[in-house]
Write a protein that binds this ligand. Structure first.
Ligand SMILES: Cc1cc2nc3c(=O)[nH]c(=O)nc-3n(C[C@H](O)[C@H](O)[C@H](O)COP(=O)(O)O)c2cc1C
Length: 350
């Protein structure tokens, strides 16, 4: 049985306190952080019976690539705090389960190093529109040269949000003058990776126009923004509030998702992350229209608690429980999940 709460506790028991603060906390009062987890549970799943579910199929297609299951690893910085092999360990787990791993620009390992160490991992690279736009362009070129299949441009961080937990703020700033968290070398290019509060949709459109890789825009909460991202040439969007680390009181991802799916229809792909803690959450996200569903903190906790094997267990268990839910819900196939399988839970229902 998948028990992400136990992974959270196991990680807290082995990580240094600064790392627990960095991984677990969020922005301001952390209302969005908490709501991200709660909101998926506000949907009931309506099962259909006698649906012929002996043969189940978890496969889907994202950006034209066949995926064996609809779960991916969202970009989180600094896996080196959890495991000495950092993102290389995570990449091994992703490769073993054919899971797309979106590597963060704030990774403890270089994108090229990860690709060379685990060439079999299906991979995306997350970057930002940095103030030095040539730094972003160079990272995009590097991504393509190293076999990254897509770029994820994170746009919900014009500046670093308010984090009451000091180390969260320190580590969130790529170019911080403060000492980095223990045991982590600073990447040599960090000084060039300054966030750019002046960036606009025009900049994004220009960037996408120059990119030969498909681009996903991550960190949107508004249906209008989802539409604009499509007009700028994005292949898709990731509905996300940065795991509650940026603007507190932003809607939970589950609450933002349906209107964003409706806004773009089939024109671009809509992915989601934030508060996904079980295969039931994954099913609900798919029912609300997400094409794929990202894990942030659970992968970090699993990495801290059990290394590459821990992340592999997390992914395998998530996928096998999703298979069970396909049977119990009567959906049978991921491709058949739609909104008819969910409705808002009325108060009083457990
Ligand atoms: C420790 C940590 C570091 C993160 N670093 C990044 C990052 O470098 N780039 C990015 O786009 N999102 C980053 N995120 C946000 C995640 O991509 C994702 O949106 C979020 O973690 C999903 O929520 P969850 O942790 O509840 O699953 C980070 C999140 C955490 C918890």
């Amino acid at each position: 049985v998948l028990d992400v709460e136990s992974l959270r506790e196991a990680a807290a028991a082995v990580l240094p306190p600064e790392a627990v603060e960095y991984y677990n906390h969020g922005g301001f009062d952390e209302l969005t952080l908490a709501d991200n987890e709660e909101a998926w549970k506000r949907w009931a799943i309506i099962p259909r019976m006698l649906a012929g579910v002996a043969h189940r199929d978890l496969a889907t297609t994202v950006l034209g690539r066949a995926w064996p299951h609809p779960v991916f690893i969202s970009p989180t910085a600094r896996h080196g705090l959890a495991d000495p092999d950092g993102e290389i360990a995570t990449a091994k787990a992703a490769a073993a389960t054919d899971t797309v791993f979106c590597v963060s620009v704030g990774a403890s390992k270089e994108p090229a190093e990860i690709a060379a160490a685990v060439p079999g991992v299906p991979r995306w690279l997350q970057i930002c529109l940095f103030a030095d736009r040539s730094a972003s362009a160079e990272l995009a070129d590097l991504a393509e040269a190293c076999g990254y299949e897509a770029l994820v441009i994170t746009v919900d961080n014009p500046i670093v949000g308010v984090r009451r937990h000091a180390s969260v703020g320190i580590a969130a700033s790529f170019a911080s003058a403060s000492p980095p968290l223990p045991g982590l070398p600073r990447r040599p290019d960090h000084e060039r990776l300054q966030l750019d509060p002046a960036a606009t949709w025009d900049d994004l459109e220009k960037f996408i126009g120059a990119s030969s890789l498909p681009v996903l825009v991550k960190g949107l909460m508004s249906p209008d923004d989802a539409r604009i991202a499509g007009q700028c040439g994005a292949a898709g969007v990731v509905v996300s509030n940065h795991g509650g680390r940026q603007l507190d009181r932003a809607p939970a991802s589950a609450d933002a998702l349906p209107a964003m799916v409706d806004a773009v229809g089939n024109s671009i792909e809509v992915l989601v992350d934030g508060g996904i803690r079980s295969a039931l959450d994954v099913f609900t996200a798919l029912a609300l229209g997400a094409r794929a569903v990202g894990l942030g903190r659970p992968a970090l906790w699993a990495l801290a608690a059990g290394g590459a094997g821990g992340v592999e267990d997390l992914l395998r268990t998530m996928v096998s429980e999703l298979d069970t839910i396909l049977a119990l819900s009567g959906a049978g196939r991921v491709a058949r999940i739609d909104r008819s399988f969910v409705r808002p839970r009325t108060s009083g229902e457990q």
